[in-house]
Write a new protein. Structure first.
Lengths: 258, 258
DNA sequence: CAGTGGTCTAGACCACACT
DNA sequence: GTGTGGTCTAGACCACTGC
């Protein structure tokens, strides 16, 4: 019984009398999550081998394995047979733009190059009540706001506003946003140590107003997909609010249900 | 070595010389899938216990377990500790409308009753080229087309067209569509033995035309969410094409990314 | 109580990648 | 060859359900 070296959830019940029991592998998973959060292993790096971790936590390899299995299922880790287990990253993932579900109507392939980014605005400002709520901040807290247009093959396709907590993204510049080679989320990992792990989107159909229409080169009133996204880090804290307007003339938002 | 009683994938290589090796638990998974497809266990019923299946296939419980784990992850089976493993069903699932991601803006709860269904049309017709392609049929093959409006709290919210393969849905009536208590997909399971397992959606923003506007009680030109869904059964064959127009005034399409 | 799924272990062997 | 993750086994024990 190795539980002496682990947070002993099984030892005592809660004040309510509920068992509050958690399996060993869940405890291991929580410990691994802590290490990921603390940056002990960085995105793209390998974590220790299963045998090593089993020794460290004084459990069997199978138990470590099950913990890693769940983290891999959550896309936090990536297993590669014969090589090791790696911290997932938005960079160098064979799927660029993991969170972007807008694809061309024909040939969903990624035969097209990366999106061209045109930064319209990048400034420090204060959170409105609504933005503060989404980001778990207080009204008036510092935030960085970015407005940009993404184009594919020269066609302006997405008009996007981003709001980021000012504390975590101190010093973000328009140049960084524009020039970083690779996904913006990869830049966040490298430059600010913020890895987005999960996101929620609310999608609506809206009509383009005059300004939006101009920026997307469509007629005013054109129906657009409004995609409001909140992205979360390891600890479940929201770290980005994003509102995008997608042209869906020759592209669509693709979703899988199961 | 129990493989003598199983399709021996490991025994011979393919003509190309590729190993074509598949783990035991994958073979078990395939066998379970066959039984599900064949209707050996019906939706809502329990499948044999892990020990029983292990004995039947001459493998260890752990191997059966891993096969079931994957099927449960795919939402084909549901495990209930102490009771057994059950075939997933669209009926009596604690989440009604598993494939419908349109939720009220406030209080995502299911505090609201089920949708009221208003069937506008239900007729046998012939597949156009486009519909045939989506359903894996040939142009001119028999299909059943249904047009309906779904309302929530008296507000018409979704205008939907369904196309179903005529062979599998012989005898479907407007009364069945309207009167069945519970999700339409549950009715498909009970009445036609067709269980939808997976679906793909293509989402766009469109403007309501005159007829659509009237049926949804909105102004012509109102932006609507166009949701085109193809739903698949066990064997991966498409069994339904559905095109919905969603009002997103006080509701939104909710999606989780990870 | 017996039966079910859920956890944990220890050990053997396989497939893959690097050196 | 060595080390990694991947599969498979057998057995023990735990937690939940229902008789």
């Amino acid at each position: 019984m190795p539980s002496s070296t682990l947070p002993d959830d099984t030892g005592a019940d809660t004040a309510q009398g509920a068992p509050a029991f958690s399996p060993l592998y869940q405890q291991i998973k929580a410990l691994l999550l802590q290490s990921l959060q603390a940056g002990e292993w960085k995105p793209g790096e390998a974590i220790p081998s299963e045998m090593e971790l089993a020794a460290r936590y004084r459990v069997s390899q199978g138990t470590v394995r099950k913990a890693i299995d769940e983290l891999a299922a959550d896309n936090l880790l990536v297993r590669r047979q014969g090589k090791g287990t790696f911290v997932a990253t938005h960079a160098e993932q064979h799927v660029q733009y993991r969170f972007l579900k807008l694809v061309p109507d024909s040939g969903d392939r990624d035969t097209e190059g990366p999106a061209e980014r045109h930064i319209l605005e990048c400034r420090r400002t204060r959170a409105t009540a609504e933005i503060a709520r989404s980001l778990g901040l207080r009204s008036g807290d510092a935030v960085v706001q970015v407005r940009r247009v993404l184009s594919f093959g020269g066609v302006p396709t997405i008009l996007e506003d981003l709001w980021l907590p000012g504390v975590a993204f101190k010093g973000l510049t328009a140049e960084q946003m524009a020039d970083y080679p690779g996904p913006t989320y990869a830049m966040f990992e490298v430059e600010f140590g913020v890895r987005m792990v999960r996101a929620e989107e609310k999608i609506r159909a809206v009509a383009a107003d005059a300004q939006q229409a101009k920026l997307l080169a469509v007629a005013p009133g054109t129906p657009l997909l409004s995609v409001e996204r909140v992205a979360y880090t390891y600890n479940g804290l929201p770290m980005e609010l994003r509102r995008g307007l997608y042209r869906t003339g020759d592209r669509h938002y693709r979703n899988e249900l199961s």
